[in-house]
Design a protein around this ligand. Structure first.
Ligand code: IPE
Ligand code: IPE
Ligand code: MG
Ligand code: MG
Ligand code: MG
Length: 295
């Protein structure tokens, strides 16, 4: 059995030069915004979403070079979401990936623009013929990422996350919030591999089930780590959710029940992988890693 952190490290090693090559050079009068994009996207993070995409793409035999581009594009959108999430108007967080957050290092104006540019340019990466020679595959990737990032996905979830009425959410409401703000990009990671590999509908649906449960488990663990994790290991502050009165499983259910729910979600995600047999071992490893992670 391979160590999932080792596999993640290998993905990070592949994604880093891919991102580096896709991002523009920081020169000329626009240099500062590009510098901020590069600061946000390079040299940190677990690269979990790219790893999911690459494992899913491998499961369906998708071409590697195009999959790596899609993985980098997805990570660009994730990094944009982190820049904006940390802004004073959102979570007001000074630290990300063990370094000052982008607005602390570059100012709010540049941070907003760097996020905007990472989001926008991710779609150019997906739409380019180098990602797939099949235009219908490219169109499906673009549409899928747009849905996952927009009001039906990440942005919608972030809006509920900061809404004044967030304190009234019940379990169903919090589940929907988490599925949107975090689950949607994780679900797209898996679906992108299925799109690139031309997966049969039954197998694509099974992987979507895995991703849905995994996404929920991932955010519950993020919320647990905010309460009982180590800021040094996480590279971001702890205790923010309580201070900002966020609606979380942990806040509603307490630590033990939230952890039990995360374990149950992981068990369900693993059962969705059964139809793939051993070929989905890497994906199974990621699900177990999500429960054990400390960063
Ligand atoms: C943090 O995501 C934001 C959430 C959706 C919880 P990650 O925990 O994947 O952050 P990085 O990419 O490893 O920094
Ligand atoms: C953020 O959730 C989800 C995003 C869409 C970025 P959190 O606000 O809990 O993420 P962290 O804890 O700051 O990484
Ligand atoms: Mg947030
Ligand atoms: Mg935050
Ligand atoms: Mg958090």
């Amino acid at each position: 059995m391979t160590d999932p952190s080792e596999e993640l490290r290998r993905t990070a090693e592949a994604v880093e030069p891919a991102l580096d090559a896709l991002l523009p050079a920081a020169e000329g009068p626009r240099g500062r915004v590009v510098e901020a994009m590069r600061y946000a996207a390079l040299g940190g993070g677990k690269r979990l979403r790219p790893h999911l995409l690459l494992c899913s793409a491998a499961l369906f035999g998708a071409p590697q070079a195009g999959s790596l581009r899609a993985a980098a594009a997805l990570e660009m959108v994730h990094c944009y979401s982190l820049i904006h999430d940390d802004l004073p108007a959102m979570d007001d967080s000074p630290l990300r990936r063990g370094r000052p957050s982008v607005h602390k290092a570059f100012g709010e104006d540049i941070a907003i623009l760097a996020g905007d540019a990472l989001l926008t340019e991710a779609f150019a990466v997906l739409a380019a013929p180098e990602t797939s020679e099949d235009p219908s595959v490219r169109a499906e990737l673009v549409a899928g990422l747009a849905r996952a990032a927009g009001t039906a996905g990440m942005v919608g979830g972030q809006a509920i996350d900061i809404a004044p009425e967030r304190g009234t959410l019940n379990l169903e409401g919090i589940t929907a919030l988490q599925e949107m703000k975090t689950g949607a990009l994780i679900a797209f990671a898996c679906d992108a591999g299925a799109i690139l590999g031309g997966a049969a509908p039954e197998r694509r649906d099974a992987l979507a089930g895995y991703a849905r449960h995994l996404g929920l488990a991932f955010q519950i663990v993020d919320d647990l780590l905010d309460l009982e994790g180590d800021a040094g290991a996480l590279g971001k502050p702890v205790g923010q959710d309580e201070a900002l009165e966020k609606a979380t499983f942990v806040g509603l259910l307490g630590i033990d029940a939230a952890r039990a729910r995360a374990e149950d979600e992981v068990a369900q995600s693993l059962s969705c992988l059964e139809i793939f047999g051993e070929s989905a071992d890497s994906l199974g490893q990621i699900a177990r890693f999500v429960l054990q992670r400390r960063s």
